[in-house]
Design a binder for this molecule. Structure first.
Ligand SMILES: Nc1nc2c(ncn2[C@@H]2O[C@H](COP(=O)(O)OP(=O)(O)OP(=O)(O)O)[C@@H](O)[C@H]2O)c(=O)[nH]1
Ligand SMILES: [Zn+2]
Length: 205
């Protein structure tokens, strides 16, 4: 599992990164390759816009989920039962085709004294979504980041998503959904806890 969970090989030395101008030139090359004229009025600012947009949708490479998840607190009157954040919408891009993956993440954990700010779970989901991904890796990465930062009694992550590389091209199966899960701790070792996670997900759909 370690290979796919490991943080992405984000460039250590930022000087290895192409400049904004080089990235814009790459977009111009793709436009010409597709048969377009990048100098026509409608496309003149497109390379700049694409790079700006990529900066946002691939912004997860510059962020560390563990930093976000590090903000925890324990004043919850002894609450120690399941916390489930469901239907967290996300947009990612598959690493094979760089085409969108559109889905929802459901994330639960069993606290061990400390809890996470609710928004931090969604922020962590976004950090991993805003990288090139496989759904399996993204699921495992979210679970591992929460597991290692919060040290809860267990983490359960389910992702359901549509891969546009399967819908708009290739096999063209629009509407097919992929489900992936990662369980750690009690969710992995105790079937009853895993069943409770599933029931809570189904129960409120
Ligand atoms: N397991 C997994 N596969 C994915 C994911 N996203 C895309 N893929 C698959 O990655 C595979 C890449 O297959 P290749 O044969 O190398 O590429 P391709 O010729 O473009 O394949 P087709 O999509 O079948 O046309 C395809 O089967 C995709 O459906 C993902 O998140 N997880
Ligand atoms: Zn793909």
């Amino acid at each position: 599992m370690d290979a796919i969970v490991k943080n992405f090989p984000v460039l250590d030395d930022t000087s290895d990164r192409p400049t904004q101008k080089e990235a814009e030139e790459a977009v111009r090359v793709l436009l010409r390759w597709a048969g377009e004229d990048p100098t026509r009025e409608g496309l003149r600012d497109t390379p700049q816009r694409v790079v700006k947009s990529y900066r946002e949708i691939f912004g997860g490479y510059d962020l560390v989920a563990e930093d976000v998840l590090g903000r925890t607190f324990e004043e919850v009157s002894g609450y120690d039962d399941i916390v489930l954040e469901k239907d967290i919408p996300f947009y990612s891009h598959c690493e094979h085709h760089m085409v969108p993956i559109i889905g929802k993440a459901h994330v639960a954990y069993l606290p061990n004294g400390r809890v996470l700010g609710l928004s931090k779970i969604a922020r962590a989901v976004d950090i991993y979504a805003r990288r090139l991904q496989t759904q399996e890796a993204m699921t495992a990465q979210i679970a591992r980041a929460i597991d290692e930062t919060l040290a809860p009694r267990g983490v359960a992550v389910m992702i359901e998503a549509e891969h546009l590389c399967m819908a708009m091209r290739g096999v063209k199966k629009h509407g097919a959904t992929t489900l992936t899960t990662t369980f750690t701790g009690a969710f992995k070792t105790e079937p009853a806890e895993q069943a409770r996670f599933m029931t809570l997900l189904r129960g409120f759909k």
